[in-house]
Design a protein around this ligand. Structure first.
Ligand SMILES: *Cc1c(COP(=O)(O)O)cnc(C)c1O
Length: 318
């Protein structure tokens, strides 16, 4: 079949522009019990551990239907016991604030440590907070997609280890970093690392995943305030049957397998920048975008700025 790229390029934080081959991978209808499908799911779970530099003895990748938010909510719902828990949410933007909203709705007791949306999380303040109170869980966003700021999760993880109890869980929303910014779970300091199919790995929307420290997850039975968002149940069912509990997003899974293969060929890294306090707009740089796409975009921005009489330092754009 002759299929051409007909859509506009997406400079957005997801869904994003995917390769033609990722789109083409979806031209199959696989049943949820099809061996081919089941093997793809197993392959994806293993590959995710590899990208996270996590040993399969200590970690497991749990896939869950829905967008990234579903996986973040599933992580809170499943990992936080209904009694005697206190969570610290460290936030510097919209996605951190979404965690606060989740904890409110789930009736989870929490403190917040807030920073301006134009600055990184400050480790000194985190240290003081962790010294002052014993938390059962600490949560932070890796790359705050709303601003592009990358938070120092390795340092925060070390502080959680130093000041928390042996069982303090460290939850990282790595939605827009995983697959682009290297991460290592080798030292075991991250308990839950969350991301989704349609961010840096360049799959299509439909499911998200949580890389969970297995020993911790196994203690989470019965915690969940939700049936569908129970990561523990999802894990147990997947381990026993190698299938999803409820209808799996088969096309999104096949597309993701293709995207993982393509990621392996690329090995390319993308780093987010910072914003300013002034009025601004965001340019997504994840997805199937290349330097020529960025040059064309910069040219368009320049044309619009000229048209609107806005003086911008875009001197290098012809
Ligand atoms: C995209 C994203 C999410 C999830 O958003 P969905 O719309 O549910 O996919 C969560 N956190 C961060 C940091 C994100 O970039």
């Amino acid at each position: 079949m002759d299929v051409k790229e007909i859509d506009s390029k997406l400079f957005t934080p997801g869904p994003l522009t995917t390769s033609m081959t990722v789109k083409q991978a979806m031209l199959h209808d696989l049943g949820s019990r099809d061996t081919v499908f089941i093997n793809i799911v197993a392959h994806i779970r293993q590959k995710l551990l590899e990208i996270a530099d996590a040993s399969s003895d200590d970690y497991t990748a749990v896939l869950i239907q829905g967008s990234g938010t579903y996986a973040v909510e599933a992580t809170f719902s499943t990992s936080v016991p209904q009694k005697n828990a206190k969570v610290l949410i460290i936030e510097n933007g919209a996605y951190g604030q979404r965690m606060i909203k989740m904890c409110d709705i789930l009736h989870i007791d929490y403190d917040t440590l807030s920073f301006s949306e134009t600055e990184q999380v400050n480790c000194k303040s985190v240290e003081e907070k962790l010294k002052s109170t014993k938390y059962t869980h600490v949560a932070v966003v890796h790359c705050e997609t709303s601003s592009g700021i990358l938070n120092p999760i390795e340092q925060i993880a070390a502080l959680v280890q130093q000041y928390g109890s042996d069982n303090t869980a460290f939850i990282v929303d790595s939605m827009s970093a995983f697959g682009a910014i290297p991460v290592s779970l080798k030292n075991g300091l991250i308990t839950f690392l969350i991301s989704s199919a349609n961010k840096c790995i360049e799959g299509i929307p439909g499911f998200a995943f949580v890389i969970c420290k297995r020993a911790y997850l196994l203690k989470c039975q019965g915690n969940s305030r939700s049936l569908a968002l129970d990561l523990y149940d999802q894990y147990q069912y997947m381990e026993k049957s190698r299938q999803f509990r409820f209808t799996p997003p088969t096309h999104a899974i096949i597309a993701f397998k293709q995207a993982l293969d393509e990621l392996e060929e690329e090995g390319q890294l993308i780093y987010p920048g910072k914003t300013t306090v002034t009025d601004c707009f965001r340019i997504g740089n994840i997805g199937r975008l290349y330097s020529t796409d960025m040059e064309i975009l910069a040219k368009c921005i320049k044309d619009v700025c000229v048209e609107m009489n806005i003086d911008l330092p875009l001197k290098n754009v012809d």
